[in-house]
Design a protein around this ligand. Structure first.
Ligand SMILES: [Ca+2]
Ligand SMILES: [Ca+2]
Length: 125
């Protein structure tokens, strides 16, 4: 593995956040190294990662179309593989989604509409 400027991998993590970063990197490479290019995820590797590691968040990862959609969304340079940068965008998006949920749950909903209020009803007086 090539050395990078960031030595987060060579030291014991001193915080949960550093551990989380290491886990992201390790998890990616655990799957990306299975076939083809070992630094990128093929469709099969992506499906495995989604199924094994993100089953709770992406319950429909077994669904081939769902994997295909995620793949198409993530593969911003259209090379048919998901590299680490593309993967981290997924993790960022999922984390934001979780954070939104976290923000939404205890407090009343903010008056923020995405134009489609079909599923969420706002109480008006
Ligand atoms: Ca691979
Ligand atoms: Ca790509």
């Amino acid at each position: 593995m090539p050395r990078s400027k960031c030595d987060v991998m060579s030291k014991e993590p001193s915080s949960n956040l550093e551990s989380a970063m290491q886990m992201l990197i390790k998890t990616f490479h655990k799957y990306s190294g299975k076939e083809g290019d070992k630094y990128t995820l093929s469709r099969g590797e992506l499906r495995e990662l989604l199924t094994e590691e993100l089953g709770n968040y992406l319950g429909n990862a077994q669904d081939k179309d769902a994997v295909e959609r995620v793949m198409n969304d993530l593969d911003s340079n259209n090379d048919g593989e998901v590299d680490f940068t593309e993967f981290i965008i997924l993790m960022g998006a999922l984390t934001v989604a979780c954070n939104d949920f976290f923000l939404d749950s205890p407090a009343p909903k903010k008056p923020e509409s995405k134009g489609d209020a079909a599923t969420t009803e706002e109480k008006k007086e």
